[in-house]
Design a protein. Sequence first.
Length: 209
Amino acid sequence: MTILTLILAATLAADAGAATPWADPFDPASLPPERWAAYWPVHTAPPAPLKLTPPLKAKTIPADLSETKSSPRFVLLTKADFLASAAELDETHAMAVALAADLVTAVATDAVITSRAGQRVVLSALLCEARALLISEDTHTTHAGRMRLIARQDRARLALDVLAIQPLACDAYPVERLVGCLGLLPGPECTTDADLAAQVRAAERLAMP
């Protein structure tokens, strides 16, 4: 027996021990599982569906910021527009000046009323004026008018007593000058003199019931 014959016999014997006598290499059912598994198709799991993110929504632009809004147009100003603006500025300036003047006037009047010297002059003038009108033969007034003069005289005297102020004489220069401004025909100095004008306003305020 040759060597080739021996090798062939050993190979056949090994194949015979590995497979059953009725195994058919062309029939997968007659083969062991590890042999016929390769004949069946491999079933794989289906791929997971792709998750698509929703498209981003475009942000709306306000109408006032939109590029489609028409740009402002330049308007040519006429001479009348300049004159109107100048008139408004003049009016505003005049109002500011008037307010400043009123403030200065109010401060000066309050300074007279709150100071002891100012109270003495003003109350003495009110007292002397009422007394002079009551005793003067040239005073022609009704009974109600005379009662108002008496009430003014009494209020001035009471205020001097409460404040413990000695009244000035009626012929004293500051009192006589102020009484002249309280009459029907005041002189020009009653408005041009700042101190005298403040005394007049203070007297008018204190004379009110």
